[in-house]
Design a protein around this ligand. Structure first.
Ligand code: KG4
Ligand code: ZN
Length: 378
């Protein structure tokens, strides 16, 4: 099945053309063309994604990326009529920023009409879930039921995947997403957007240095760790929900306390804060996931979404006793390949999806549970 996938839910404009076949638990995925343009640099001065700017950039970049992808795949679009070499068009319809989502949807619908191809709406979070199918080794397949921890700039949720097409949210953040907390803390420390990789680099530098210094001055190390101790929100809440807003505010207060009387944060202190924040956030993610594993005994754990690129997080999750799947780092953050893979799952599972003819709507808060083959009776 040849799928042209389009992703514009946030600040990445991405298009990919994939050829996918085989079983859902181990599909054979060939990337025929792939192009991605990250707007992160443009949004840097706003400290986050500015929706109107994202929309303008998507509109500008989509035709350029499409041309690149078709050229890479060796496809020349006809002046008129049906396009050969593509079976369907997949487009992210939510969740995300609605002005940004609409650009991808409008673009996809226009192509669908022009080339007479079905257009299939895809849930962005399912894209993250199925991103792990891309880098299965020869001996692996994705055995369900699975548990997915989805950690991105907009979401933090634990999802039970009983089967392909059967999704149940077990827990989610009550306020900020974990990636959002990384971004906000980075901003407080004067680091550029997106903050996740920046915090991660500082924290890693700290750990490396402290491993050496800590041996020499264990007391100083211990004192600093205690002085910078941050809360682990909802760790013992008894449910599988998260909250990261209090942790972020605790960092803000800590920085205020350390910068009274015009004092500046030293590089060492910034690194120590980054390390403590990363430790706290990951400890909570790990603890709740462990609890969800005990409750659901899944055969697979999927950890996906932008924050899953975090090296320390990966190290910690690898210590769990459940077979854990991560996307390859390039597919951790937003991309179109994962949207194409999710489309393959959706269409293979439910071919009637191709016959849908109602207009696709952008849905900023689209829930993964609404991708359930049989919608839950709620
Ligand atoms: O999945 P994604 O690309 O976009 C959304 O769907 O939101 O996730 C972006 C988020 C940002 O908050 C970014 O700071 C975070 O992922 N991120 C990281 C790392 N790389 C990206 N967070 C922690 N450590 C990283 N290495
Ligand atoms: Zn995402």
């Amino acid at each position: 099945m040849k799928i042209l996938a389009i992703e514009t839910s946030c600040d990445e404009t991405a298009i990919a053309l994939l050829d996918i076949e085989g079983s859902l638990d181990k599909p054979k995925i060939k990337v025929l063309g792939n192009a991605l343009y990250s707007q992160a640099k443009l949004h840097e001065k706003y400290g986050g994604v500015y929706p109107t700017l994202a929309k303008r950039e998507h509109i500008k970049n989509l035709p350029i990326l499409l041309e690149k992808v078709l050229e890479e795949a060796g496809i020349t679009p006809p002046a008129k009529g049906e396009l050969e070499g593509v079976d369907l068009i997949a487009v992210t319809s939510g969740p995300g920023l609605e002005p940004a989502l609409w650009t991808g949807i409008t673009f996809a619908e226009e192509l669908g009409k022009k080339w007479r191809k079905p257009v299939v709406p895809i849930n962005h979070m399912l894209g993250h879930v199925y991103s792990v199918l891309y880098n299965l080794s020869n001996t692996e397949c994705l055995t369900l039921p699975g548990l997915a921890l989805l950690v991105s700039g907009g979401h933090t949720e634990l999802v039970l995947i009983k089967d392909f097409g059967d999704y149940k949210i077990l827990g989610r953040t009550l306020d900020d997403a974990v990636g959002e907390a990384f971004d906000k803390v980075a901003r407080m420390l004067g680091l550029p957007y997106p903050g996740g990789p920046e915090i991660s680099a500082l924290a890693e530098r700290f750990r490396g240095r402290r491993n050496a210094i800590g041996r020499e001055f264990p007391e100083a190390d211990r004192e600093q760790t205690i002085a910078l101790r941050l809360p682990r929100p909802m760790l013992h809440s008894g449910d599988l929900n998260f909250s990261f807003s209090g942790l972020k505010t605790a960092v803000l207060y800590k920085i205020r306390e350390l910068t009274t009387n015009d004092r500046q944060l030293t590089d060492d202190t910034k690194e120590a804060i980054a390390r403590e924040f990363e430790d706290a956030a990951i400890e909570v993610l790990l603890e709740k996931t462990t609890k969800a594993i005990e409750m659901t005994t899944p055969k697979a754990l999927i950890v996906a979404g932008g924050v899953s690129a975090n090296k320390y997080l990966r190290e910690k999750f690898k210590e769990l006793n459940t077979k854990t799947y991560f996307p390859t780092p390039l597919l951790s953050t937003d991309n179109a390949i994962m949207i194409g893979i999710a489309a393959y799952i959706k269409v293979t599972n439910n071919p009637s999806t191709l016959e849908r003819r109602e207009e696709i709507q952008a849905r900023g808060k689209l829930s993964i549970a609404s991708s359930h083959l049989v919608p839950p009776q709620e």
